[in-house]
Design a protein around this ligand. Sequence first.
Ligand SMILES: Cc1cc2nc3c(=O)[nH]c(=O)nc-3n(C[C@H](O)[C@H](O)[C@H](O)COP(=O)(O)OP(=O)(O)OC[C@H]3O[C@@H](n4cnc5c(N)ncnc54)[C@H](O)[C@@H]3O)c2cc1C
Length: 510
Amino acid sequence: MTSSHATGGAPTGAAKIGPDDARYRAVIDKQFNKRFTAHPDYVRLTESTAQVAAAVEEAVREGRRLAMTSGGHCLENFVTGADVRAIIDVSPMKRIAYDRERRAVCVEAGATVGETFRALAETWGTVIPLGEYPDVGMGGHVCGGAFGFLCRQLGLAADYLYAVEMVTVDAGGRASSVIATREPDDPHRDLWWANTGAGGGTLGVVTRYWFRAPNALGDDPAAMLPRAPASVTTFRAEWSWERVDEAAFRRLVRDHGVWCERNSAAGSPGASLWTLLELHRKQFGAIVVRGVSTAPPGAVEGLVDSHVGAVCGALGAPAKREVARMSWLEFALEPFPDLFTMPPGGVRTKVKDALLRRPLTDKQIDTAYAHLVRDDVDVMGGMLGLATYGGQVNAVSADATASAHRNAILDLACSVGWMDHRDDAASLSWARAFYRDLFADTGGVPVPGDAYDGALINHPDTDIADPAFNTSGVPWSAVYFHDNYPRLQRIKARWDPRNVFRHALSVRTG
Ligand SMILES: Cc1cc2nc3c(=O)[nH]c(=O)nc-3n(C[C@H](O)[C@H](O)[C@H](O)COP(=O)(O)OP(=O)(O)OC[C@H]3O[C@@H](n4cnc5c(N)ncnc54)[C@H](O)[C@@H]3O)c2cc1C
């Protein structure tokens, strides 16, 4: 039997804290996107699965709108919505240990990506291809599929998910926990499957994940997951916008797309390289290509040179170029500080994500140029990012997990960050107009098909569910979940019949 139940009831033990408590402020303040501020009646800091079940049952009984948080890195207001009256924060639950019985590494949902990378590397010398930002919480991350620097080599983090423990609520309002595994004879296997890509906040509260590679044999914990890279090489090259005219821009983006098309097959040498082409607004001044590779010394230099040479031939020699070699953990715990370090007080942000199956067309490249050189708006933080994708991600079939995007070669994002709420309207409208024009031929969104693979639920964008921005006639659910959506709806009906766990992009039963 692969399931267990912890009963709800009196929420003994979980700290219940109100607005006057410093710990309440800390939970509100850790929410990454400063566009939104939560105002719940209380926050519960949970330390065990039983406490989570009790806290969930209490909120349901009292009729309070509930949300849970782990790392606080949601890009939309799924935790911070104005109607959220109770927040359950699982972040005190951080234990990471090998479970001999399940032959898998167990990670509690409150651990961060960085804490997980550290425990795996230092204890067993292993790695899961988790996301790029160490402060992201495992709770909301893995159940959304989870891509990262190593995904072209190793696939998604969810591809290593063996089991999940989740607190769910039945039709009578009773909360209990269940463990669901990928074992073919597990009666709860559908819940495991949903947690490989449905996203956070849609079925219940994840309390623990177990990880084991699909092909792992024996019971040595060091052999349950891929080996951590021995070391990595990072590079960064920068060009001034002053030297880039429309023709050079077009060639740059076109050459970049061609490189990605030729180097994104699973197992190809280029799959050991993750890169990001940062096309910042011209006012910001720079175009950057950066990347990280696990290729060994001796091979990596040629790989980096061939990527930069193939992609940036139109730009000539970079104004700056940096290459560094470091341990995997040193990189994973502080990747690209100039990209990820946030200003004091944090940022307000909008990220509009799309997966591309093909390079951008010339028409789209011209659209990108027009939006990046616009000088009628003052939006310093805006950029078009093109990150390499595919590789091992595409070796898994679209229905093997709930992460259906298994054909993309690029992850595109129109993103903008700012600090002052008075810049909200200008910043949002710049990103929205840019994205709408890029995907004008498919109703303003990357409708899955020949050219696009939809968008990632871990980068949620509520505009895709808004008919003012999505005029394609294709529902948001197909953009995020493709043909997996009807199965997710059936699972939702079974495990969350009261729709307790919901937000603007959560799975609906009707
Ligand atoms: C700077 C930054 C970098 C990122 N980089 C990557 C990346 O490289 N790869 C990638 O895949 N994603 C990335 N993301 C997206 C990130 O994975 C998702 O936003 C993820 O949902 C965040 O999880 P969290 O626990 O930190 O956030 P939260 O804000 O705490 O939660 C996000 C969502 O998950 C729900 N949730 C939280 N905890 C649980 C739980 N225990 N059980 C069930 N639902 C839960 C919340 O209710 C909410 O709906 C990034 C986000 C940011 C802001």
